[in-house]
Ligand binder design. Structure first.
Ligand SMILES: Cc1cc2nc3c(=O)[nH]c(=O)nc-3n(C[C@H](O)[C@H](O)[C@H](O)COP(=O)(O)O)c2cc1C
Length: 176
């Protein structure tokens, strides 16, 4: 928890090991039935492309997607520069009110787990917004975006957090 800090810059020239991707997905999605998709930009041993988690064997769509995801995420540099981006998505029109709340709660839990896993595994993470109407065509399915989580190689090391009541002084870092 104390190692986790806001990460505003990820290093697009470096990737993450396959184990980081697999461990993150396995632990973050445990007990969660909400659909998640994964965009792999730079993972050793996994071809770049769009995958339907938990299947990492065959991409739903193969190829480099940094520029495409930059556009879909409303020019969010972190979605372009991350090593992988996890996308919680479901057909919200098919949900009743309770299911809609449950879907967002599940997406939030997964995002929180992905953050803690990333810092525990030596990576970094950030939430990311997106252009709603661009998500279904990007995924190639009638799935609406709920949350994007970018996981990547940190562009700098965050200061260690302080205990309650004594936060560490930090310097503002702007996005790339
Ligand atoms: C749902 C969600 C959407 C976000 N969207 C963006 C975004 O569009 N652009 C961006 O640079 N950061 C985005 N962030 C990252 C937040 O700016 C960042 O998480 C916030 O400053 C809290 O800091 P930390 O989680 O990095 O510690 C988003 C975070 C969440 C949880």
């Amino acid at each position: 928890m104390l190692a986790r800090g806001s990460q505003r810059r990820m290093d697009p020239t470096r990737g993450l090991p396959e184990n980081t991707l697999r461990t993150s997905l396995r632990a973050a999605l445990r007990g969660v039935s909400l659909p998640h998709r994964v965009v792999v930009h730079a993972i050793d041993g996994v071809a770049p492309g769009l995958y339907r988690s938990p299947d990492l064997s065959t991409p739903a769509r193969a190829g480099a997607m940094r520029d495409e995801l930059y556009r879909v995420s409303w020019e969010g540099g972190l979605a372009r520069d991350a090593a992988f981006v996890v996308i919680a998505a479901t057909d919200v029109g098919a949900l009743d009110d309770r299911e809609y709340r449950e879907a967002h709660l599940a997406a939030g839990l997964v995002e929180g787990r992905l953050h803690l896993l990333a810092y525990g595994l030596g990576a970094s993470a950030s939430g990311m917004t997106f252009v709603d109407s661009e998500v279904p065509p990007f995924l190639g399915e009638q799935l609406d975006g709920l949350l994007f989580t970018c996981v990547g190689v940190p562009g700098y090391t965050s200061a260690t957090g302080g205990p309650p009541g004594a936060p560490t002084e930090v310097r503002k870092v702007t996005e790339r």
